[in-house]
Design a protein around this ligand. Structure first.
Ligand code: DQA
Length: 149
């Protein structure tokens, strides 16, 4: 059994009503419940954490040192394009992670085309709406299975 942590950045608490033409109609609760059920079905534990505050996300990442998280899925949201602090926290704990986006930032405004996370990530899944998280979970569980073989 592995421990997975899903981190959601700012404004993702508004999913369902936030620009649904871009982000879809699923709520964050819908997404988290689906991920948890899929992880549990494969015998894994999955916790989700959302914050609008950079320091809370940094603190949650730092806590990985004490809680034995094996793998992280992270949608840093707007912090994707701004947060050296959150990037450094992930680098410090050296946990493998997949960067997730509902939209495809490369099809959007130029300021969304750069990420402080992609070059550290195992991989990036973007552009599939809530399915981006599900695809990232499949990839994470494959990585975890491969690491115990
Ligand atoms: C996002 C893309 C970001 O550019 C944006 O700031 C978000 C959501 C996505 O999931 O598509 O808040 O990360």
């Amino acid at each position: 059994m592995a421990k997975l942590l899903v981190l959601h950045g700012p404004n993702l608490n508004l999913l369902g009503t936030r620009e649904p033409d871009i982000y879809g109609h699923a709520t964050l609760e819908d997404i988290d419940a689906d991920l948890k059920a899929r992880a549990m079905a494969k015998g894994h534990e999955l916790e989700s954490f959302q914050s609008n505050a950079e320091h809370e996300l940094v603190a949650r990442v730092q806590a990985i040192r004490e809680d034995d998280t094996d793998f992280v899925l992270i949608n840093p949201a707007a912090f994707t394009h701004t947060s050296v602090a959150l990037r450094d926290a992930l680098a410090a704990v050296a946990v493998p992670f997949i960067e997730v986006h509902l939209s495809n930032p490369h099809r959007r405004e130029p300021f969304r085309h750069s990420s402080y996370f992609s070059d550290l990530a195992v991989g990036v899944v973007a552009g599939f709406g809530p399915l981006s998280y599900g695809l990232a979970l499949v990839a994470a569980m494959r990585q975890l299975d491969a690491s115990v073989e």
